[in-house]
Write a protein that binds this ligand. Structure first.
Ligand code: NAI
Length: 346
């Protein structure tokens, strides 16, 4: 009998790529997000497939465990929405650690080019046959200093792109990449020296609001800020203040602190009650996309294939290559952890 996967927050593009890659599972696509209220939809399934804005908290994990679900396949890289300490010993959590660093890094550069050269404004103008250039002046990126926070797969790909533009690169990462030829500096130095700051670190207790009011105060006037990582890396109120004062010249955001209820859905017919989001969207020097940096054909194909391989490993009782574990996933190797002995975490 085919194993059943309940797939939450399913979108047409997910279905297309999963249906193409799937040969052995019965996938039950649910449009609802996974929450304590919707978790019951997983009754009778062997696995759950979830995404970035699903709620995978203790309540959800315990309900899944009661229902006999023993594996959650995250079809994304980030897992800040998963209480994986709660999951440890009950439900294995697997993810897709890398599906296309190019997709995200290229989108980050796209946001920078757009917000700097005001392409979104020019597009609106020319549609109305307004060919005025007033107010559209940007800066050369060549020769400017970009500060990259987090030099993992995406951060390093972004660095390569920036080098192609002739930008000077400095970076901050508590776990520097060896032999990458990157000039690492302290976070405070990065904030003070960068003309462009781009976030490529995961969201954790250490990185929540890594760009807060104090961080914005340290930045150069006229800095560009990019966030394609996780919304809560930036204190939105502090960003709005920095935009208002002119400290931040422009922001390119693919993620937003309170995006969970809004992003990935068409809210065009609703009154948005989130005033901070409304303020951000209203700023001409903010370009906001709705968590689409990953959205390329190559990435979607890799996501579907790796997610199904992760489930194959789980059901074949093999070690889980892409298991997330609160003991292992702390950004460094935990020597006594079973994962490094090529075993499952529990
Ligand atoms: P990665 O795990 O390869 O790299 C993350 C880097 O951040 C590591 O080098 C790590 O040492 C560093 N880091 C950890 N704590 C840090 C801290 N306190 N300060 C600075 N750096 C720190 O991850 P990858 O694949 O490069 O992804 C980065 C982030 O991009 C993910 O965590 C995810 O939130 C986001 N992402 C966003 C997508 C989108 O569609 N907008 C799609 C995929 C990922």
């Amino acid at each position: 009998m085919k194993k059943i996967i309940t797939f939450f927050d399913a979108k047409p593009y997910d279905r297309a790529w999963f249906d193409q890659a799937n040969t052995k599972y019965e996938i039950r696509y649910q449009e609802s997000k996974l929450t304590p209220d919707t978790v019951g939809l997983a009754a009778g399934s062997d696995a759950v497939c979830a995404f970035v804005n699903d709620t995978v908290n203790a309540v959800v994990i315990d309900r899944l465990y009661e229902m006999g679900v023993r594996v959650i396949a995250m079809r994304c890289a980030g897992y800040s929405n998963v209480d994986f300490k709660e999951a440890y010993g009950k439900v294995s959590v697997v993810r897709v650690p890398a599906y296309s660093p190019y997709a995200v890094a290229e989108h980050a550069m796209g946001l920078l080019l757009d917000v700097n050269r005001k392409i979104h404004r020019a597009y609106n103008r020319t549609r109305d046959f307004n060919f005025s250039l007033v107010g559209l002046t940007g800066v050369d990126l060549h020769g400017k200093t970009v500060g990259v926070i987090g030099t993992g797969k995406i951060g390093r790909t972004f660095i390569d792109i920036c080098r192609g533009f002739g930008m000077r690169v400095i970076a901050y990462d508590p776990y520097p990449a060896e032999d990458a030829g990157i000039e690492y500096v302290t976070l405070n130095d990065l904030l003070a020296r960068s003309d462009v700051i781009s976030l490529h670190c995961p969201l954790s207790d250490q990185t929540r609001h890594i760009l807060d009011a104090a961080a914005f105060a340290r930045m150069k006037p006229g800095v560009f800020v990019l966030n394609t990582s996780r919304g809560a890396l930036i204190d939105t109120e502090a960003l709005l203040d920095a935009l208002n004062s002119g400290k931040v010249r422009g922001a390119g955001l693919d993620v937003y602190e309170e995006e969970a209820e809004l992003f990935f859905e068409d809210n065009s017919g609703s009154i948005i009650k989130d005033d901070q989001l409304a303020l951000l969207v209203s700023r001409p020097n903010v370009v906001l996309t709705a968590h689409q940096a990953f959205l390329t054909e190559e990435a979607l194909e890799n996501i579907a294939q790796t997610t199904l391989q992760n489930l194959d490993e789980y059901f074949a009782d093999q070690p889980l290559t892409n298991e997330v574990c609160y003991r292992c996933d702390v950004g460094r190797v935990v020597e006594d952890c079973r994962k490094w002995r090529k075993e499952r975490c529990f």
